[in-house]
Every structure is written in structure tokens, then in C-alpha cells.
Design a protein around this ligand. Structure first.
Ligand SMILES: *[C@@H]1O[C@H](CO)[C@@H](O)[C@H](O)[C@H]1NC(C)=O
Ligand SMILES: *[C@@H]1O[C@H](CO)[C@@H](O)[C@H](O)[C@H]1NC(C)=O
Ligand SMILES: *[C@@H]1O[C@H](CO)[C@@H](O)[C@H](O)[C@H]1NC(C)=O
Ligand SMILES: *[C@@H]1O[C@H](CO)[C@@H](O)[C@H](O)[C@H]1NC(C)=O
Ligand SMILES: *[C@@H]1O[C@H](CO)[C@@H](O)[C@H](O)[C@H]1NC(C)=O
Ligand SMILES: *[C@@H]1O[C@H](CO)[C@@H](O)[C@H](O)[C@H]1NC(C)=O
Ligand SMILES: *[C@@H]1O[C@H](CO)[C@@H](O)[C@H](O)[C@H]1NC(C)=O
Ligand SMILES: *[C@@H]1O[C@H](CO)[C@@H](O)[C@H](O)[C@H]1NC(C)=O
Ligand SMILES: *[C@@H]1O[C@H](CO)[C@@H](O)[C@H](O)[C@H]1NC(C)=O
Length: 357
């Protein structure tokens, strides 16, 4: 009964079905708010307009700004305005919202308003902080509570009209950020690739985390890894290889790498990931590092492996006055190195379900 032709047709449909169901497991949505067009940027990220996501608000243009930042959607007529994005129920996602005022309304009055996800307060957005740069961005990591995630901007003060420039949602592997409890979210405070020439994101980072560059004081120097390949699969959070290729170090083992936490004065619960990858083959075993919080050792010894990565997390309540230092242990013959860091504030999720309008 079954001719070979039929078998082929069945097989083709099955393959198509498989490839679609695989795609639907991976959320990678990039919305260029206020735009009606689709664009592909230099990172090969496809940005789509927002007309399929939202039926109200006003689209505005800032012709002088670069693509993505040259359109926005403002919400002058409602208190809360939400984007609802399809996700897998219960998946761990990274959501990023950006804001660039650019004097779109000719009022020279950058507004302040609130940002929420799934009914949780996320941030108070002060758009005057982005006057000189385009990257006023907010990032949160959390598990979804339904088949959509809702991102909302809310007016808090008279004449402060909320708006949004772009919105991105990316799936993470459920094994990542394993110390995050389901009733909490992570709010990004900083993610840096030390010694990198430029910021790193997709496609170098499959999850499109943005690893920014940072310059240290005169004593901190950049070092490049001699390893041709760095196996990032040795650690759960899959840092991009591009962020492991470089590190910072100090002139000698008596100098430590001091990391300044850009966090509030009062203590906040933090989730810090640190990444170490040895830069020279001969140094493997000769370098031994300890992490100190306020001069007290909290983790060590760390012997960075050559050609792969060691990751250390710290979950602790810290304040701006806390010092976080990477120190050579007495038995180390080499100064400390540090390749990358991620700093998140741990925030409890609202108990009630999201009530979005
Ligand atoms: C851009 O993405 C497309 C499909 O997502 C892929 O086929 C292509 O190879 C990518 N190009 C580059 C330069 O990465
Ligand atoms: C905005 O919120 C205020 C206070 O909650 C309420 O009085 C007002 O009706 C709301 N406006 C709109 C347009 O929803
Ligand atoms: C702002 O001013 C520019 C130049 O005068 C004008 O083209 C634009 O329509 C104005 N925008 C608004 C929202 O008033
Ligand atoms: C908003 O940011 C500006 C510029 O940094 C600052 O002067 C102002 O105090 C901030 N406003 C609030 C309410 O934080
Ligand atoms: C999402 O969930 C709601 C409520 O459980 C359901 O009504 C809706 O059909 C679902 N949507 C999709 C696209 O699965
Ligand atoms: C998630 O991470 C685990 C452990 O690294 C790996 O085995 C698995 O293939 C990953 N899944 C996806 C979808 O990347
Ligand atoms: C990378 O590390 C993983 C986990 O240790 C290991 O299973 C894998 O074989 C390594 N890959 C290479 C290319 O060495
Ligand atoms: C979150 O869950 C943990 C157990 O998984 C519990 O100890 C903690 O009290 C919960 N926190 C909140 C804010 O609900
Ligand atoms: C939250 O939503 C879930 C399913 O959508 C429901 O079972 C639960 O009762 C809700 N909880 C509250 C506090 O409304």
C-alpha cells in the first residue's frame, strides 16, 4: 500500500515538524519598539517592529540616533502599558529593556517611570541618565509563570510619560544560574569581560548576555590567553569563549585585584559569578587565588585551568562599602587573574500572580 513516494513525503513533514518544535523551545525575541520594520543588526540579531505586540501608544522617531534607538513607543494615555511575549511555561529567561529619550517630544524633559515584569517591580527608570549614551538598559533573569511574560512601563508622576526603546527576551538553559531559587529573580548590576577590546554579546554568547568592557587603574594590566581553544562546557553558566580569552592581572603577587561594586549604600543580597581561565600553559598550577570580602577569605584556593574555565559563585548580602578582592595565596608564585564577573541583585518575586492591563 505505501509507495516509496509516500514514505518520503511523510518523512519530510516529520522533519519539518521536528525543526519547528525545536525552534519554539527557544525564545529569542528582539523588539524594536515604535518601528514598523524588521532589521538585522551587525550581530546578526533580527529585530522586529512592535505592531504585532501592542495596539496602543504612540510611535516616535529620533532621526539622529542609530538604528534600534531611533524609534520608541510612548504611552501618554494610560498608567500601565505592557508587552506580552510568548515563552515556554516555567523556562528561565533573560529579559532586557532599553530606553533612549533623545528629546523625541521636544520638551527636553527626560521622564522617570517604573518598569515591571510579570507583576514584579523591576526598576525605576530615570531616562536622564542616558543623555550621553544609548545604553540605558535593564536586565532581569527569572523563571516564567505562564505561557507569556509581561513587561510593563508605568507612569508614576504627572507629565512623566513612560516609553520604551527596545525589548529582548532570550531563553536560558534551565541548568544555568542554578543558585537562583524559583521564588526569586536576578537583577543585573554589572557583567564585565576583563581585558576585552569591545563588548561581547550574541553570536559570541549563545544566550546574548552582554559582557561590557571596563578599564582598571594604572596598575591593572590586560593579559591575553595563549590557549587556542577554551572549553567553556566545564562550567554550568556557559560564559562565551570570547570573554575567557582575556583577563586582568596585577604587577606582582603582593598586589590584589580590587573590584568596586556599583551597588547601593545599604546592604543588598547579591549573586556574583566569577570566571577564571589560566592565560599561559606554564602557569597552570603555579597560580593560586583566594577571594576576599572585606579582607576575609571567602573562597579559595582557585587554580585557574589552562584551556578551560573555573567558575566560583558568591551569594552574600553586600553594600557599596564592601571590598571584593582577588588575592594571590602565599603559596602562589604568580599574581591573581580575573577573566570575567557577573553581579546580580537577588530580588524576591511577588507572591500574587501578574495582574496586567
Ligand atoms: C545569521 O543568521 C542566519 C540565520 O539565523 C545564519 O544562517 C547565518 O549564518 C548567520 N550569519 C552570520 C554571519 O553569523
Ligand atoms: C491612572 O491611575 C490613577 C491612580 O491610580 C487613576 O486615578 C487614573 O484613572 C488612571 N488613569 C488611567 C488612564 O488608567
Ligand atoms: C520636534 O521638533 C522637530 C523639528 O522641529 C519636528 O520635526 C518634530 O515633529 C517635533 N516632534 C514633536 C513630537 O513635537
Ligand atoms: C535622574 O538622573 C539625573 C541625572 O543623573 C539626576 O540628576 C536626578 O537626580 C535623577 N532623579 C532621580 C529622581 O533619581
Ligand atoms: C496560554 O494560556 C492561557 C491560559 O492558560 C490559554 O488560554 C491560552 O490559550 C494559552 N495560549 C497559548 C498560545 O498557548
Ligand atoms: C543545558 O546544559 C546542560 C549542561 O551543561 C547540557 O547538557 C544541555 O545540553 C544544555 N541544554 C541546552 C538546550 O543547551
Ligand atoms: C569540554 O568539557 C566537557 C566537560 O568537562 C567535556 O565533556 C568535553 O569533552 C570537553 N570538550 C573538549 C573539546 O575537550
Ligand atoms: C523562597 O523559597 C525558599 C525555599 O525554596 C524559602 O526558604 C524562602 O523563604 C522563600 N522566599 C520568599 C521571599 O518567598
Ligand atoms: C496563580 O495562577 C495559577 C495558575 O495560573 C493559579 O493556579 C493560582 O491559584 C494563582 N495564584 C494566585 C495567588 O492568584
Amino acid at each position: 500500500m505505501t509507495s516509496p513516494q509516500n514514505t518520503l513525503v511523510v518523512a519530510t513533514i516529520l522533519l519539518l515538524f521536528l525543526s519547528f518544535s525545536k525552534l519554539s523551545l527557544t525564545t529569542f525575541v528582539s523588539i524594536d519598539c515604535g518601528s514598523y520594520e524588521s532589521t538585522i543588526d551587525t550581530n546578526n540579531i533580527t529585530w522586529i517592529g512592535d505592531d504585532a505586540y501592542i495596539q496602543f501608544g504612540e510611535s516616535h522617531q529620533i532621526p539622529s540616533a542609530p538604528s534600534i534607538f531611533n524609534t520608541l513607543r510612548a504611552f501618554p494615555y494610560g498608567n500601565e502599558s505592557c508587552y506580552s511575549i510568548e515563552v515556554e511555561n516555567g523556562e528561565k529567561v533573560l529579559t532586557r529593556a532599553t530606553f533612549f529619550y533623545g528629546n523625541y517630544d521636544n520638551k527636553s524633559s527626560p521622564p522617570i517611570f517604573d518598569l515591571h515584569f510579570d507583576g514584579n517591580f523591576w526598576a525605576s527608570v530615570n531616562t536622564s541618565m542616558a543623555s550621553s549614551e544609548y545604553n540605558l538598559d535593564y536586565e532581569a533573569i527569572y523563571a516564567t509563570k505562564g505561557n507569556t511574560t509581561n513587561i510593563c512601563v508605568t507612569q508614576k508622576m504627572p507629565n512623566h510619560i513612560p516609553f520604551i526603546t527596545s525589548l529582548e527576551v532570550r531563553s536560558l538553559n534551565s541548568t544555568m544560574y542554578s543558585q537562583l531559587e524559583p521564588n526569586h529573580s536576578l537583577i543585573l548590576l554589572g557583567r564585565y569581560a576583563f581585558g576585552a577590546d569591545k563588548s561581547i554579546r550574541y553570536p559570541d554568547d549563545a544566550y546574548d548576555r552582554i559582557w561590557k568592557t571596563v578599564s582598571g587603574d594604572g596598575l591593572i594590566s590586560r593579559v591575553k590567553s595563549d590557549a587556542l581553544n577554551i572549553n567553556i562546557s566545564t562550567v554550568v553558566d556557559n560564559p562565551p569563549q570570547a570573554a575567557m580569552n582575556n583577563a586582568v592581572t596585577t604587577p606582582d603577587k603582593d598586589h590584589q585585584i580590587l573590584y568596586h561594586l556599583f551597588i547601593p549604600h545599604k546592604e543588598v543580597p547579591l549573586y556574583i559569578n566569577t570566571y577564571f581561565s589560566e592565560v599561559t600553559k606554564d602557569a597552570a598550577g603555579a597560580r593560586s587565588i583566594e577571594i576576599h570580602v572585606d579582607s576575609n577569605p571567602v573562597y579559595g584556593p582557585i587554580a585557574p585551568p589552562f584551556g578551560s574555565v573555573e567558575e566560583v559563585y558568591i551569594k552574600k548580602s553586600l553594600s557599596q562599602d564592601t571590598s571584593l578582592a582577588f588575592v594571590a595565596r602565599p603559596d602562589s608564585t604568580l599574581p591573581p587573574i580575573l577573566n570575567a564577573i557577573e553581579v546580580y541583585q537577588i530580588q524576591p518575586l511577588a507572591i500574587a500572580n501578574a495582574t496586567d492591563t
